[in-house]
Design a protein. Sequence first.
Length: 150
Amino acid sequence: MFNYPSDIFNQSAVIPFKIEKKGIKVLLIKSRKGKWIIPKGIIENKLTPQESALKEAIEEAGVDGEVLNDFVGEYKYEKWGGTCNVKVYLMRVDKELQSWEEDFFRVRKWFSLKKAVKKISKAELSDIIKNIPGIVKDQVDINDKVRVVE
């Protein structure tokens, strides 16, 4: 488990996305409380924020891919008697796992950007999702497909 030496907790998160003929889709997961969220967690020792966010995507959402280097936004929330500072990255999904560490209680679902914005309760995340087309337009190949891995 983690040792929390202060009341500030640095976390990283990813918004997993893929590009389809009908546009960009993002993957959301359900929290234990039933809210639609993105994969996130404490930045682990010896991992970069991007590496830690990718690890969370694999564990929580069962997806793997490429995390884009620059963080695209951040937000804060209260938990564990302190403040969590979350840096958000985009992740281009290239693999969907059939089973993953948290699949016994996590629901994952792909949403259009418009629907994802409505599902997310944090305004900062909604704003990031709205801006995804402009962020990724020059960074991904529109013809790339996501493959399912067993």
